[in-house]
Design a binder for this molecule. Structure first.
Ligand code: ZN
Length: 711
């Protein structure tokens, strides 16, 4: 029996900014690296105490005593730790990084110990079987069912005799995954090609030539150096007129981390991933069998939206069949252009495709990206984005003044029609030193009902890395962003809305929490569609100097270029997805040997692709998503979520046929209620069906991508 009382912070700790914000929001600018260790140590102690209390035999297995008290303590730890990792991403300093790295192992160890705590598993099972379970809300039940599922997938039901092997499989997989990515990196780093004569680089843009000259200098070489890192490699493939240079780089690139590497790249045989892939597939197969599942694909989808291995296989093969004629059309067009316009008479080769595509794009769809950018000043874009959200979801977005971590960061409130505040979010728009690249949405606080019955409202971070405003002749220019940036902003705001507009009160499934992994990109990709609507762009654009909206003519050019070569790109993604899927569902890993993995990729390419897979290509040996990145039997989810988001958007296009506008509040309300508000509290397949009135289908995505006869 637990007799110790719940740990309370000392007076000193109460002043620590990582503790003092309690359920509110942190004053980020107050956080010092030296605050981290005492705060996290204390919160870990509190959380551990809550776990010990939860598993105590005298603690009743009901929602309040078990789930809620556990949630309370782990939420406090999670939120403070979230502040630190957020600061580590957006305001990195050497001191902060060191303090963060210091505490990281302790925090990860605590969270992973929860999943391995069998006494806790027993308590959850007791609660699940108790009379009280039936009286819980749908969301509360879902939290408990998700926990039980995760315990089971973590091996909790295995007989004791099998547990050591199960744990060993996890460790071996982690080591193999790490080795796989190390090999890819070493193989990528291990190749340098030096060019001594500038005329060999004809066609390359100036910045690519400058980068090659820099790389040569770094390596103490004369001339211009190219590596297999994408920013060095790809401009050669795209722009170099020198065909033999392209071929040399291509062959080195596609043989990385394979048995052919020594021949093409002077790479080492130790970096060959052929055996590593087989071993990983064998371990995954074994893991799935231990859990009583037919294969790893079945294991992968257990917590996902896809309901069966066959469903995903059918989805991909049907998608391949539908997009193949359009890929063939793109391929023929490229081949013809290469022959007639580029003098490639002996047939287009894999090292010609990026080059020919770039030239064809210039010839057909050229417009200046820089000219386009002038029409998107950030304040105008935000006004446009907020306008879309306010119209569709009947909310108001207003400036707020929450404490932030940098002067450029803004905060906003989201309130309903009655003026009641539903949520807050931060927007950190610009790139700066000490800020990680890319764009993301993260939750700063989740919606939940507190023990005292009050509702805690959600808070989100929207982080982008747009080019910061510049000063010209002493005057600060309006910050303008590219159309790609606009799409990114809409994408992240879609994740944000999913988190902020939730109505769920059980933290484990409110907002983005507990949403199936293959459905999580639905609300984000959904929002991207508005960036291609004339009625939205017309209002969202104002030229930085003239103030005029985007000309219709330029908009038409953007639209025409949007789907350039999309047939080929789509089919490529599907072939990669199918290769991943079949390797994890139809592949006999146990008896497979030698080049068996490569052979699967070849068979699939031969059946589905229109571009022949070159004999020397070992692209599979660098497919890090599935062998080192957590996408094993999950690569399909990119296309899966695109289908969902396009099909959801099609409901707005259908409404527009009647009302004349995609910004249809009636459809918006249904989308908000059935998709955004329910978060992870019910299966995504049910939410989609509730919104659309039917199962998802691929037609809208094909149409949007120019891959259907009616497009
Ligand atoms: Zn996303």
């Amino acid at each position: 029996m637990t007799t110790s009382t719940f740990p309370k912070p000392s007076t000193e700790l109460q002043k620590n900014p990582l503790i003092s914000f309690g359920r509110g929001v942190c004053d980020y600018s107050e956080v010092k690296p030296s605050d981290i260790e005492p705060a996290i140590d204390f919160l870990l102690e509190q959380a551990q105490h809550a776990v010990d209390h939860a598993v105590d035999p005298t603690t009743p297995a009901n929602w309040n005593d078990l789930v809620e008290s556990l949630e309370d303590a782990t939420e406090s730890l999670g939120r403070s730790w979230g502040v630190i990792s957020h600061l580590n991403s957006v305001a990195d300093t050497p001191e902060l990084r060191a303090a963060y790295g210091e505490m990281m192992p302790k925090v990860s160890a605590f969270f992973s110990s929860l999943g391995q705590n069998l006494a806790l598993y027993q308590k959850f099972k007791e609660l699940n079987q108790s009379a009280g379970f039936a009286k819980l809300s749908t969301a509360q039940k879902k939290v408990i069912e998700n926990s039980l599922r995760d315990f089971r997938l973590g091996g909790a039901e295995l007989p004791d005799s099998q547990k050591p092997r199960f744990a060993a499989i996890q460790d071996e997989q982690a080591l193999l995954g790490k080795a796989f990515s190390d090999h890819v990196l070493d193989a990528t780093d291990g190749f340098i090609h030096v060019v001594h004569d500038l005329t060999e680089l004809t066609g390359l843009p100036e910045d690519a030539i400058a980068a090659a000259s820099d790389l040569a200098r770094q390596k103490n070489l004369q001339g211009w150096a190219f590596s297999l890192h994408f920013p060095s490699y790809y401009p050669v493939m795209q722009y170099a007129e020198n065909r033999s240079l392209r071929r040399l780089m291509y062959e080195a690139y596609v043989t990385r981390a394979s048995e052919l590497a020594p021949q093409y790249t002077k790479g080492k045989l130790d970096w060959d991933n052929t055996q590593n892939m087989l071993e990983q597939l064998r371990l995954r197969d074994e893991e799935a069998h231990m859990l009583g599942l037919a294969n790893y694909a079945a294991l992968s989808i257990t917590p996902k939206m896809a309901s069966s291995v066959e469903e995903v296989d059918l989805f991909l093969t049907d998608f391949a069949r539908k997009s193949k004629p359009f890929a063939q059309r793109d391929w023929d067009e490229l081949g013809e252009f290469a022959k007639t316009e580029l003098g490639i008479a002996d047939g287009i080769q894999p090292w010609d495709t990026a080059f020919a595509a770039e030239r064809l794009k210039q010839a057909r769809y050229a417009f200046s990206e820089n000219e386009l950018k002038q029409y998107f000043p950030l304040p105008k874009v935000l006004e446009g984005l907020f306008g879309v959200i306010q119209t569709l979801f009947e909310v108001q977005i207003k400036k707020a003044d929450l404490p932030t971590w940098h002067q450029d960061v803004q905060s906003f409130s989201v309130s309903n029609a009655a003026g009641h505040v539903l949520a807050y979010f931060y927007l950190d728009p610009y790139a700066r030193p000490g800020k990680r690249g890319g764009a993301w949405m993260d939750d700063a606080r989740g919606r939940r009902e507190l023990p005292n019955g009050e509702i805690q409202i959600p808070v989100a971070y929207l982080v982008c890395n747009f080019a910061p405003p510049v000063t010209v002749d002493g005057e600060l220019r309006q910050p303008t962003i590219t159309h790609d940036d606009v799409i990114t902003l809409f994408h992240e705001s879609g994740h944000g809305l999913h988190h902020l507009l939730t109505q769920v009160t059980a933290l484990g499934v409110s907002g983005i929490n507990g949403v199936e992994w293959d459905a999580v990109e639905l609300p984000s990709q959904f929002m991207e569609n508005f960036c291609w609507e004339w009625e939205v762009l017309e209002k969202m654009t104002a030229h930085a100097e003239t103030g005029k909206p985007l000309p219709r003519e330029l908009f038409e050019k953007m639209l025409a270029a949007k789907n350039f070569q999309n047939g080929l790109m789509t089919l490529r993604q599907i072939v990669m997805s199918l290769t991943d899927w079949r390797l994890h569902s139809r592949f006999d890993a146990k008896s497979a040997q030698g080049q068996a993995v490569l052979n699967v990729s070849r068979e699939i390419a031969a059946e589905f692709n229109v571009i022949p897979q070159p004999e020397i290509s070992r692209w599979i040996n660098t497919f890090s998503h599935i062998f080192a990145g957590g996408y094993a039997a999950g690569y399909y989810s990119y296309k899966w979520a695109e289908v969902l988001s396009a099909d959801a958007y099609a409901a707005f296009e259908e409404a527009a046929k009647l009302t004349g506008s995609v910004l249809d509040a009636k459809t918006g309300k249904r989308y908000r209620t059935e998709i955004l508000e329910v978060g992870g509290s019910r299966p995504a397949a049910e939410s989609f069906k509730a919104f659309r009135g039917r199962e998802p289908n691929v037609d809208a995505l094909l149409r949007h991508g120019g891959l259907s006869a009616t497009a």
